[in-house]
Design a protein around this ligand. Structure first.
Ligand SMILES: [Zn+2]
Length: 481
């Protein structure tokens, strides 16, 4: 291929012509340009918050091939150039806690996955569901048969009780070891643990996971202290499970009472214990735990947006949310606030509110102590809108004391680090997969600017604002059925 040095100023007429060509839309699919070029863009570093203005970014073969103020550009017709003057480029966002094939079959793959892309979420960690379904979807996304984000799969849930399509029962250490073996052989990226895993099964999982060289993540089970989970090598803790209890001056006593309340299905006792956990918070004990977690690199995915949504089902404005039109009609009926309120007592809702408020403070204390964090949402649970909820989570992180850069890192740099894929994702730099989001405003000034999406690039493929709007319209139509 012939290369020529281009002086950017002379390019402007050509740039304009090439940019307007985008509106041809679908026909472009067949004649996909070899090279995509952004000019005049401000590139946001998710390493250190630096912003480099007026950069030219060259994308070839789905990767970022070049970034410079002035540079070499291929000559030829298969070049698509976008003047991104005034736009801010960030790497694609990751939602590190979703259930894309679990909550309801109405969340069709053509409904849920485009919602991520339209919101700049180019990767998700699926935290449990029918592995066969998820795996099929992943291979169709990878071959570009299906539009969707990169999928990292935790596979089926490991839980106490009975096995089903989405769950492997681990009631004994023997079952637990076999389950880890199964999950590993299926090709999952992680082993996912739920809250009711028995204590001896939990440690059997930890041991077998280490032997099989696969990480285990998920809830801290009721039967285990968060302190023990960190020491056992649990790689991520979801929803801050077990943390407040481990910060209580009466941890052991409250844990045995909690296990008894659960065994006896005594909801009232369980609720009382929740408030006792909050009132016996011991700052010195908490500090020691957080330092331990910072040292053991125990990642937290607090899913604040989910905790907040659960505690706000009495919000009178819920049904006015314009994003409801992207929720499948049958699911929307399940999200009826009156219906949701019937599932929890007034006391339970009050407890959820207290806990949600406490979680914001907890994240702040843990973050200050150096515990690593990632952004995750637990969508599509009620009012946790797939895709849209990721910027919501980033805003909650900022409310918990993160700087906008730290919040942005929780959805870019940190997931890449966690997945040991820093050479592929998480930064907008040469050599990385071209998953990019172009924003109309600076996300480091206001993290809410991550909602102001001008364009998304997924594996080198360009989606203009117009294309993203069409994507959303298509979802809206499907969701209405
Ligand atoms: Zn979950």
């Amino acid at each position: 291929m012939k290369l020529s040095l281009v002086v950017w100023l002379c390019l402007s007429a050509f740039l304009w012509a090439a940019t307007t060509g985008e509106s041809r839309g679908e026909s472009r699919e067949k004649t996909r340009p070899d090279t995509l070029i952004f000019t005049n863009v401000s590139v946001v570093s998710t390493r250190n918050g630096g912003i480099e203005p007026n950069v030219t970014v060259v994308i070839k073969g789905g990767r970022i091939a070049g970034m410079a103020k002035v540079g070499f550009v291929d000559e030829g017709r298969n070049v698509h150039i976008i003047n991104a003057h005034g736009k801010f480029m960030i790497p694609g966002l990751w939602d590190m806690h979703v259930h894309s094939a679990f909550v309801s079959p109405a969340w069709d793959e053509r409904v849920i996955y485009p919602l991520y892309i339209a919101n700049g979420v180019t990767g998700v960690r699926d935290m449990g569901g029918d592995f066969a379904v998820l795996e099929r979807r992943r291979s169709r996304i990878d071959s570009r048969e299906l539009l969707g984000p990169h999928l990292i799969l935790a596979g089926p849930f490991l839980a106490g009780g009975k096995s089903d399509a989405q769950t492997i029962a681990v009631n004994t250490p023997e079952e637990a070891r076999r389950a880890v073996d199964t999950v590993k052989n299926q090709g999952a990226d992680f082993v996912k643990i739920l809250s009711n895993v028995p204590r001896d099964s939990y440690f059997a999982i930890a041991g077998e996971a280490e032997k099989q060289n696969i990480s285990f993540v998920g809830h801290v089970p009721y039967s285990v202290s968060a302190r023990e989970a960190a020491a056992a090598g649990q790689k991520s803790i979801e929803h801050l499970t077990g943390i407040l209890l481990a910060c209580s001056s009466q941890e052991e006593q409250l844990r045995s009472q909690e296990l008894a309340a659960l065994a006896n299905h005594d909801g009232a006792a369980y609720l009382r214990l929740g408030s006792q956990v909050l009132s016996t918070y011991d700052p010195a004990r908490a500090r020691a735990l957080f330092l331990q977690m910072a040292q053991s690199n125990t990642w937290q995915v607090p899913t604040l947006v989910w905790t907040q949504a659960n505690s706000r089902i009495d919000d009178p404005n819920l049904q006015d949310d314009p994003r409801l039109k992207y929720v499948p009609a049958s699911v929307r009926r399940e999200w009826d606030p009156a219906k949701l309120r019937k599932k929890v007592s007034a006391e339970e809702l009050a407890a959820l509110k207290a806990e949600a408020a406490r979680h914001l403070e907890l994240v702040k204390a843990m973050h200050t102590a150096g515990v690593p964090f990632m952004a995750g949402t637990d969508g599509p649970d009620p009012y946790v809108f797939p895709g849209f909820s990721l910027p919501d989570e980033l805003e909650w992180l900022v409310k918990s004391g993160f700087t906008p850069l730290q919040a942005l890192q929780a959805a870019t740099f940190n997931p890449a680090l966690f997945l040991t894929k820093s050479d592929t994702y998480g930064v907008a730099e040469i050599g990385r997969v071209a998953d990019l989001v172009l924003l109309d405003a600076n996300p480091l000034q206001d993290i809410g600017n991550t909602r102001k999406i001008f364009a998304v690039v997924l594996g080198g493929k360009y989606y203009s604002r117009e294309a993203l709007d069409k994507m959303l319209e298509a979802v809206e139509k499907l969701a209405a059925q």
